[in-house]
Write a new protein. Structure first.
Length: 151
């Protein structure tokens, strides 16, 4: 039994170390994965935005819960950015994502840092703190979209 557990752990470790591109059988799978991650992230970010903009009443607990989901989701889509998955259609990555990968990765890190700040601000239960952090996160998202996403 112990050897079966050790073998299972070894295989799991090996599989988790494969490159991101190996996680997807086809480029379309990578596109679906990243779009799904962004959809969930955008939904929860939008819920916070509705509070910030006064379209729904401020709810500190809901803001914190949504921000925590945004933080977790912000870690996921980048595995789906593999060569051969850019395009010309609206919302697809521009080809410069591959030639300026360091700049893209820096923009992704900036977004992740800003959504982490958003989650911290949400936990203060202060709408003004949330609004300021939301603007920083939204700005980081916009900067990446402007540089690396087809309009």
């Amino acid at each position: 039994m112990k050897s079966l557990l050790a073998i299972t752990a070894a295989v799991a470790g090996l599989l988790s170390s494969l490159p991101a591109a190996a996680q997807f059988q086809k480029p379309e799978d990578a596109v679906k994965y990243r779009k799904a991650a962004y959809t969930v992230m955008a939904t929860h970010f939008g819920r916070i935005g509705a509070m910030v903009q006064g379209r729904v009443p401020f709810d500190g607990a809901a803001a914190a819960a949504n921000a925590d989901i945004v933080v977790e989701m912000s870690k996921l889509p980048f595995a789906g950015f593999v060569e051969g998955t850019s395009g010309t259609e609206k919302g697809s990555p521009k080809p410069n994502i591959w030639t300026e990968r360091a700049k893209f990765d820096e923009a992704a890190k900036k977004m992740q840092d800003e959504v982490f700040k958003l989650a911290a601000a949400a936990k203060t239960n202060n709408p003004d703190n949330l609004k300021a952090a939301f603007q920083g996160a939204a700005g980081a998202c916009k900067a990446c979209h402007d540089n690396f996403r087809n309009p």
